[in-house]
Design a protein around this ligand. Structure first.
Ligand SMILES: [Zn+2]
Length: 82
C-alpha cells in the first residue's frame, strides 16, 4: 500500500501515513515526530493524541516505534511492533 499525505495528528505537520491492518490503524511518518503507529480509535481523539506527544518522543529516544492505542481507560502509548 502506498503512503498518502496526511497531517500529523500530534503536531499538525504535513506527514505521510500508510494504513496498517496489523496496527488496526495507521503508521505515520512525520518530519517532526518521526514514525509512530496509531489506532483508528485514537485518531478520532485529537486532544489525546496531542497529550501522547511526550510519551511518543520518549519511546522514540529509546529506539521503539511508539504505538498510540485507545481503550476504555483512554489513550495509551506503548512500544509497538514495526
Ligand atoms: Zn508530528
Amino acid at each position: 500500500m502506498l503512503p498518502e499525505p496526511a497531517n500529523c495528528p500530534m503536531c499538525g505537520s504535513a506527514a505521510e501515513r500508510i494504513r496498517s491492518s496489523q496496527l488496526r490503524g495507521y503508521r505515520y511518518t512525520c518530519p517532526r515526530c518521526g514514525s509512530f503507529g496509531i489506532e483508528t480509535a485514537a485518531l478520532g481523539d485529537m486532544e489525546a493524541a496531542m497529550l501522547a506527544c511526550q510519551a511518543v518522543a520518549r519511546l522514540r529516544a529509546y529506539g521503539h516505534l511508539p504505538f498510540i492505542q485507545r481503550d476504555k481507560q483512554g489513550v495509551r502509548v506503548g512500544p509497538g511492533r514495526t
